[in-house]
Design a protein around this ligand. Structure first.
Ligand code: AHM
Ligand code: MG
Length: 337
């Protein structure tokens, strides 16, 4: 089989953007560099001093792990050095990071990212990920501002995720389908392994943290019971699979078909996941693969964004399954999200 590297693939696809001058290619290259470094450290976790907590708490009130900080630093450094972005927003930083340097003075893009998704799995050798979203800046010049990030998900220019799993994979879209690349460690290159990814319309996996069951909206409780019922025609009961790393759960469901739900709970009435750097990029990818992503009521990518770390409930996956879950929400849940 002939190998196609990420670099070769990007050059080939350059003609999809006749007005682009290679900035996106360089931006993806920069992300790829950070990704390889993070993957190298993840692979050594347990051998080097990278596990455990820093002792600090982030803006989300979560305890920060050393690998969260390491990944954040690597992605910021690679994006700054590449010169294609004028600002970065990260789960790990309360405010945006404006970039002011000679090489980025003509930068057209901003990047929002969750540098290490699935933090609770870092210390236990379970897959974690990175999520990123690329927008064109809306301000005209100088370092980027928060305003550049206040765009709906529909305005994303590109989005992707990386899984540090049994192999390291990069999956991304520029709005013309979804392609997946696997890191070949022997040559240090991402190679096209999953061209034109499409998610099945219907699946048989549901992914949700059922430990929160008592706190779920009534529509979600009823949908879970529906997933568990016996019904030959619809091949129920479905299987329950929940890793707790959103990227890994959503990646598995993308491939085999399924639904991932992180709803509102009485403890987190706005949901847990963040719109800008988790839900919007994942929604863009899943929609491009033929699936759906909603709040349980409306399309994720059409939600107005008012703050960087805004939260939202998320129902994402195979379109028929998301539709059914939403019907349960309409029927049994009065609160509107
Ligand atoms: P994180 O970015 O701090 O890791 O939080 C996001 C993660 C998702 O990856 C995952 O699906 C979810 O939070 C797990 O949350 P919970 O432990 O509440 O089930
Ligand atoms: Mg996350």
């Amino acid at each position: 089989m002939k190998t196609k590297t990420l670099g070769q693939f990007i050059i080939e696809k350059q003609s999809d953007f006749p007005y682009a001058k290679g900035e996106l290619s360089r931006l993806l290259r920069d992300i790829g560099i950070a990704e390889k470094i993070v993957n190298r450290e993840v692979n050594k976790a347990g051998l080097v001093e990278i596990l455990g907590e820093t002792g600090e708490t982030n803006i989300q009130g979560e305890r920060v792990k050393k690998l969260d900080v390491f990944a954040n630093d690597q992605f910021i450094a690679a994006l700054k050095a590449g010169g294609e972005v004028c600002a970065i927003a990260s789960e790990e930083n309360d405010e945006i990071i404006p970039i002011e340097s000679e090489i980025s003075k003509n930068a057209k893009y901003v990047v929002a990212m969750d540098p290490l998704d699935g933090s609770s799995n870092i210390d236990v050798n379970v897959s974690v990920g990175t999520i990123f979203s690329i927008y064109r800046r809306t301000t005209l010049s100088g370092p980027g501002t928060t305003e550049d990030f206040m765009q709906r998900g529909t305005e994303q220019f590109a989005a992707g995720y990386i899984i540090y799993g049994s192999s390291c994979m990069l999956v991304y879209t520029t709005g013309k389908g979804v392609n997946g690349f696997t890191l070949d460690p022997s040559i240090g290159e991402f190679c096209l392994s999953h061209p034109v990814m499409q998610t099945p319309k219907m699946g048989s996996v549901y992914s949700i943290n059922e430990g929160n069951y008592l706190h779920f909206p009534e529509g979600v409780k009823k949908y879970i019971k529906y997933c568990q019922e016996e019904d030959k025609a619809t091949q129920r009961p479905y299987s329950s699979r929940y890793i707790g790393s959103g990227v890994a759960d959503i990646h598995r469901n993308l491939i085999v078909g399924g639904i991932y739900i992180y709803p509102t709970t009485t403890k987190s009435p706005k949901g847990k996941l963040r719109l800008l750097y988790e839900c919007n990029p994942l929604a863009f990818i899943i929609e491009q693969a033929g699936g759906k992503a909603t709040t349980g009521g409306k399309r994720i990518m059409e939600i107005d964004i008012k703050e960087l770390h805004q939260r939202t409930p998320l129902f994402v996956g195979s379109s028929d399954m998301v539709d059914t879950a939403m019907e349960f929400m309409v029927k049994y849940t009065t609160e509107k999200v």
